[in-house]
Design a protein around this ligand. Structure first.
Ligand SMILES: Cc1cc2nc3c(=O)[nH]c(=O)nc-3n(C[C@H](O)[C@H](O)[C@H](O)COP(=O)(O)OP(=O)(O)OC[C@H]3O[C@@H](n4cnc5c(N)ncnc54)[C@H](O)[C@@H]3O)c2cc1C
Length: 324
C-alpha cells in the first residue's frame, strides 16, 4: 500500500512533526510493500523536496502559488487530493498540528472517507492500517479501523521517531484547477505570539505553571527554570482564565496537546482536562505542596514541596550542572 504524506512548511522550514509523519509513513508502507510520496503545498516550497527524499519520500508532489502562501483550507485540501489521485495512496498521513487536524477533515470530506485525529500509534493488521488514538481525554485508547480508503490519519507530534534513510525523490509539479470557492477562507497574516521561544507543541522539554504560582508576577520562576532547561513554557487553564498567561500557553483539553520528552508541572493540580493535553509526555515531573494532588498519579517523579522553595533551588542546581 502506498502512502501520501502532507508536509507542512512553517517559516521556510519543514515542520519536525511532518518529518515524524513521513518517517512513520515509511515504516508503515514498508510493512505493506508500498512506498511513500509527500505533498508540498504553498509558495516557494519546492526547495524542500530534496530533504523529503532524504527522509524517505520516493516522490514529491509540489503545488505552488502565491495564493497558497498561507493556509487556505479548501485549496490545500484540493491540492492534497490531486496528489492522492496521482499516487494512488491507500492512506494519507499528516501531523496533528492545528493545520493538519483541520486539513485531515477537509481531505476526508472531499474523498468521502474518514479521518482519525491525533493518533499515537499506527498498526498494520492483515494488510490494513489501524490507528490508535486517545479517547475520553486520554483515559483510554481506541483502535480505529477504516471502512473506506484512503485512511486519513493525523499523527500527534513528538510521538513518532524521525528517520533519515537517505535517497532522492522524483519531483512533479501539480497545478490543480482552483476555483474562487477554494479561497473562501484564507489566512491573511501570521503573527508570532512569542518570538524566539520554542514552540509548545514541538518542544522536547516544557515547563508549565499553574495556580500554585499564586500570581502572574511569579511566572518568572517558571520562565527561569525553562530557560535553564532550554524549554518551552506552558500553563494550566486556571491561570489563563485568570488572565495571568495567554491562551497560546494553555495545555489541556481546551488548549494544546503536547508530548515532550520532559514535562515539568509547577503548582498544577492535575485535573483530567489538563492531563488530557500532556499525559503522553515521556517523563513527567511535578512539584506540588499537596501530596494527594492528582498530578502525582501521572508523574514519573514527584516533588512534594512549595514551588517558591523548590523551583529556585532546582533552577540554580540545573544552571550549575548544565551551565548557563
Ligand atoms: C470543559 C473544561 C475544559 C478544561 N480544559 C482545560 C485545559 O485545557 N487545561 C487545563 O489546565 N485545565 C482545563 N480545565 C480546568 C481544569 O478542570 C482545572 O480547573 C485546571 O486545570 C486547574 O488549574 P491548576 O491546576 O493550575 O489550579 P488548581 O486546581 O487550583 O491547582 C493548584 C495546585 O497548586 C498547588 N499549590 C498551591 N500552592 C502551592 C505552592 N506554594 N507550591 C506548590 N504547589 C502549590 C495546589 O496544591 C494545587 O494542586 C477545563 C475544565 C473544563 C470544565
Amino acid at each position: 500500500m502506498n502512502i501520501l504524506v502532507f508536509v507542512e512548511i512553517r517559516d521556510g522550514r519543514i515542520k519536525r512533526s511532518s518529518l515524524e509523519a513521513l518517517s512513520e509513513a515509511r515504516r508503515t508502507a514498508g510493512k505493506l510493500g508500498g512506498r511513500v510520496a509527500a505533498a508540498l503545498v504553498g509558495e516557494g516550497v519546492r526547495a524542500h523536496a530534496e530533504a523529503l527524499g532524504q527522509h524517505g519520500a520516493a516522490q514529491v508532489y509540489v503545488t505552488e502559488s502565491p495564493r497558497l502562501k498561507y493556509y487556505a483550507p479548501e485549496a490545500y485540501a484540493r491540492a492534497v487530493v490531486e496528489a492522492h489521485k496521482k499516487w494512488g495512496a491507500g492512506a494519507i498521513f499528516m501531523a496533528a498540528t492545528s493545520m493538519g487536524r483541520d486539513l485531515a477533515g477537509g481531505v476526508g470530506a472531499l474523498l468521502g472517507t474518514s479521518a482519525a485525529a491525533d493518533c499515537t500509534g499506527v498498526l498494520v493488521d492483515g494488510g490494513r492500517i489501524l490507528a490508535r488514538r486517545p479517547v475520553y481525554a486520554g483515559k483510554a485508547y481506541a483502535t480505529v479501523a477504516f471502512r473506506k480508503a484512503p485512511a486519513i490519519l493525523s499523527l500527534r507530534p513528538n510521538v513518532f521517531p524521525i528517520e533519515e534513510p537517505g535517497g532522492a525523490a522524483a519531483v512533479e509539479e501539480l497545478a490543480p484547477a482552483f476555483e474562487e470557492s477554494d479561497f473562501r477562507s484564507a489566512v491573511r497574516e501570521l503573527t508570532a505570539s512569542v518570538q524566539g521561544k520554542v514552540e509548545l507543541t514541538e518542544a522536547s522539554v516544557i515547563v508549565s505553571g499553574g495556580r500554585g504560582l499564586k500570581g502572574p508576577e511569579h511566572f518568572v520562576l517558571r520562565d527561569e527554570l525553562a530557560a535553564a532547561l532550554g524549554a518551552a513554557v506552558g500553563a494550566s487553564r486556571a491561570v489563563v482564565d485568570n488572565g495571568w498567561r495567554p491562551h497560546s500557553e494553555q495545555v489541556g483539553q481546551t488548549g494544546k496537546t503536547v508530548s515532550p520528552n520532559l514535562y515539568v508541572a509547577l503548582g498544577i493540580s492535575g485535573a483530567i482536562q489538563h492531563l488530557a493535553g500532556m499525559r503522553t509526555s515521556k517523563v513527567i515531573v511535578a512539584v506540588n505542596k499537596d501530596p494527594d494532588a492528582p498530578i502525582f498519579k501521572a508523574a514519573t517523579y514527584g516533588i512534594v514541596g512549595d514551588v517558591f522553595e523548590v523551583v529556585p533551588a532546582l533552577t540554580a542546581q540545573l544552571k550549575k550542572v548544565l551551565g548557563g
